[in-house]
Design a protein around this ligand. Structure first.
Ligand code: KIV
Ligand code: ZN
Length: 381
């Protein structure tokens, strides 16, 4: 039986940590409602203690969003945990996501805590959080630069204290896919308590490997994936939700996993997040970039006109996206002829050849050739 992968969306928390993004409570509620339609399982709505606006944002999401569990991030401090629980009070199902770093550099230089203090804080915070909400997730921040034996000890304590999910993030995006998979396998070997919890992955894109690492994590046994719409997130971003979901779907034969995501909502979710965050999606980004299903080269356009599977491994219309055959210097006669026909212009063979030759000369001098340019060329005759 195929494994069900839980999708933990952190667009409204890690995604909002992208420099320059600040969503209002209403905007968070609007995106949260769309994430519900998209079919994610958990919406991490913010970091309650970080600002009054974020507290209100979590409240707005908890009140508006029906089906998914709503989560708030929290450090291991009482004020963080109390603020998270208060912001989540209206959620139908609530989760506090407690995090504490376990790597030597974070413990020594940032937290200034010794390892025993880290173990104790994790144990206390998870136990306290468990008394406040339905579910507790514990993250070893900077897990992949931690001593696995120490991280395993902290995770064991967290599970015994009541954590239902353990997340092992590649916080600084340093891992290679095979290293991340090996790390997760080692953690499962060293920490038998992980069998009683959901194992989660959370990857950053500093080396452009967030999605690859996430998928490697799934192959190593993780059953929760943390991701963001359009790959937003701290620094270079997080694993892009749409890329992870489509990789699991297109390569189902390899992963044998499924998610609850309704892929028909991918396009709409991406456009809403782009509009409300002001973060433009890179043109050639996988799945949701403007060029992701655009075919310009003549040979490709010819193939696409004969059978879309020649150059597409997904059907964009199923995702709420569109395929296009833009006209440009690499375009071929078939796409040019189609553009003319679509514009209601019937040309005989000779006229088409002549118009096409003119079009090619024009396309060599311009980055974009529109249908209007084509019409102009044709009407010159
Ligand atoms: O990247 C990270 O480590 C995080 C944690 C708070 C889970 O975002
Ligand atoms: Zn993160």
């Amino acid at each position: 039986m195929s494994r069900r992968i839980t999708i933990f969306d952190t667009t409204l928390r890690d995604g909002e940590q992208s420099p320059g993004i600040a969503l209002t409570p209403d905007e968070k509620a609007e995106i949260g409602t769309q994430l519900d339609r998209l079919g994610v399982d958990i919406v991490e709505a913010g970091f309650a203690v970080s600002s009054p606006g974020d507290f209100e944002g979590i409240k707005a999401v908890a009140a508006a969003v029906e089906r998914p569990t709503i989560a708030s991030l929290a450090r291991t401090r009482k004020e963080d945990l109390d603020a998270a629980a208060e912001a989540l009070a209206d959620a139908r199902r609530s989760r506090i996501h407690v995090f504490l770093a376990t790597s030597p550099i974070h413990m020594e230089r940032k937290l200034r805590l010794d390892p025993e203090e880290v173990v104790e804080q994790a144990r206390w915070a998870v136990g306290y959080a468990r008394s406040l909400v339905d579910e507790v997730e514990f993250s070893c921040e900077d897990a992949t630069r931690s001593d696995p034996a120490f991280a395993a000890r902290v995770c064991g304590e967290a599970v015994r204290a009541g954590a239902t999910t353990i997340n092992l993030p590649d916080t600084v995006g340093y891992c290679l896919p095979e290293e991340y998979a090996a790390f997760l396998r080692e953690m499962q070997r060293l920490c038998p308590e992980l069998e009683q919890a959901t194992l989660s992955v959370h990857c950053h894109d500093d080396l452009g490997l967030a999605v690859a690492n996430t998928l490697a994590g799934v192959q190593a046994g993780a059953t929760q994936v943390e991701a963001t719409v359009n790959g937003l997130g701290e620094r270079a971003g997080n694993a892009a939700l749409e890329e992870v979901v489509m990789a699991l779907r297109v390569r189902k034969g390899t992963f044998d996993c499924e998610t609850g995501v309704n892929v028909a909502e991918i396009g709409r979710s991406s456009r809403l997040v782009e509009e409300l965050t002001g973060y433009r999606v890179q043109r050639n980004k996988a799945i949701v970039g403007a060029s992701a299903f655009a075919h310009e080269a003549g040979i490709h356009q010819d193939g696409m006109l004969k059978d879309a599977e020649t150059y597409q491994i997904m059907d964009p219309t199923e995702l709420g996206l569109v395929m296009s055959l833009p006209l440009g210097k690499h375009s071929g006669r078939h796409a040019f002829a189609r553009a003319c026909t679509e514009a209601g212009i019937e040309l005989d063979r000779e006229a088409l050849n002549e118009a096409f030759a003119r079009f090619k000369r024009l396309a060599d001098t311009r980055k974009h050739v529109t249908l209007a340019d084509v019409l102009e060329e044709v009407s010159v005759r």
